[in-house]
Design a protein around this ligand. Structure first.
Ligand code: PLP
Length: 380
């Protein structure tokens, strides 16, 4: 049997639509800045992709800046705010490292906003910080992700946007995990900037986008040519962007199917809970594809390795680039200190089937029971 891939939140398999569009773009070639026919055709393909990506997040195409991925899209927003005078950044404690580390490296003071035990931002804390705002900190900047990558928990972004707007601030939304899994409308959410990434929705890695509204002033981070309306120099990755666009269109078409996958996730969660696992983040609205489950006494990395041997690919709560696993800052922020080292993330997506989830459940229960038996056995 082929491996069961339930790690879409790490990266989704490439969608056939994206692969076909990229192959055609690679074969066609052309530099969008060239004025001849091949250049104009490349530009037309790229602008079509821009419209496809814009449609997925309810943004005008003219407000899409293509980037090398979600990390760069987040950085463009954060560094633009700091360049514009922001001296203090309010970021939710459960943001992805792309936001937390960029904020830290920006030189501004970083305040991590608490989340409630259910994994959602504590809006009272945000309101308190905004009320006590000192103009010496520059314009308020708030980063709040739309859905968390580890738990799938959906954040109260529209409510936060009202508070940020009242304070005259800038709300940045990392929608990297939400896009293509739930409907995302950047304008209705009240985001001033919103980041998404191609490889989480079935496009190629190395492509992403930031949309910006009228209250966000973006600065230029890469200097050279006038690409992306002078906002990001460098010859565009047209094949990658075209694949991103095709994936965005397919993801939008499949949103209802994506929503339906919550049924598989919920059934798996119930079966695992009955076997002794502890669900995380299940009290509030979550992405339909994500399951975070902990097993006290069964280290996350051991669960991941055992499942891998059984042909099931999932993630530990938080994986370092070295391949080592550290306790999840997301679970720690939720006050789940005793679960933080034993939580795994199972995430489906466009290529998933119901049997993937049932097989994962069987494999996990077998692994869990074996581990429990070994722990019970007296040392030789
Ligand atoms: N933001 C979130 C919430 C993510 O989950 C990720 C990737 O894991 C990123 C940002 C970074 O995106 P990229 O890999 O495209 O740089």
């Amino acid at each position: 049997m082929s491996p069961v891939y339930l790690d879409h939140n790490a990266t989704a398999p490439i969608r056939p639509e994206a692969l076909a569009a990229m192959t055609a773009a690679l074969n066609a070639g052309g530099n969008p800045s060239s004025v001849h026919g091949m250049g104009r055709a490349a530009r037309a393909r790229m602008e079509h992709a821009r419209a496809q990506v814009a449609a997925l997040i309810g943004a005008p195409a003219s407000t899409i800046v293509f980037t090398s991925g979600g990390t760069e899209a987040n950085a463009l927003a954060i560094e633009s705010a700091v360049a514009g005078g922001a001296r203090r950044l309010l970021v939710s404690a459960i943001e992805h490292d792309a936001v937390l580390e960029t904020a830290k490296a920006s030189g501004a003071e970083v305040v991590r906003l608490a989340v409630k035990p259910n994994g959602r931002l504590d809006l009272d804390t945000l309101a308190t910080h905004l009320k006590a705002w000192d103009d010496a900190h520059g314009r308020p900047f708030v980063a709040l992700m739309l859905a968390n990558n580890e738990t799938g928990v959906i954040q109260p972004v529209a409510e936060a946007a009202v508070l940020v707007r009242e304070a005259g601030g800038w709300l940045h939304v990392d929608a990297v995990q939400a896009a293509g899994r739930i409907a995302v409308d950047s304008r209705a959410l009240g985001a001033d900037t919103l980041a998404i990434s191609s490889h989480k929705i079935g496009g190629p890695p190395g492509a992403g986008a930031l949309t910006f509204g009228p209250r966000a002033n973006l600065v230029r981070r890469l200097h050279g040519g006038g690409q992306e309306r002078g906002r990001r120099a460098g010859t565009e990755n047209v094949p990658g962007l075209v694949g991103f666009g095709a994936a965005a269109e397919a993801a939008q078409r499949d949103l209802e199917l994506a929503g339906g996958q919550a049924g598989w996730r919920n059934a798996a969660e119930a079966a695992l809970a009955a076997a002794g696992a502890v669900p995380v983040g299940s009290d509030v609205e979550r992405l339909p594809n994500t399951l975070c489950i902990a097993a006290p006494g069964f280290p996350a990395e051991l669960q991941v390795m055992t499942l891998d041997l059984a042909g099931v690919q999932v993630s530990a709560g938080s994986a370092c680039s070295s391949g080592k696993v550290k306790a999840s800052h997301v679970l720690l922020a939720m006050g789940l200190d005793d679960l933080a080292g034993s939580a795994i993330r199972v995430s489906g997506g466009w290529s998933s089937r119901a049997e993937d989830w049932t097989y994962m459940v069987e494999a996990w229960i077998t692994a869990y029971e074996r581990h429990a038996a070994r722990r019970r056995a007296p040392a030789a």
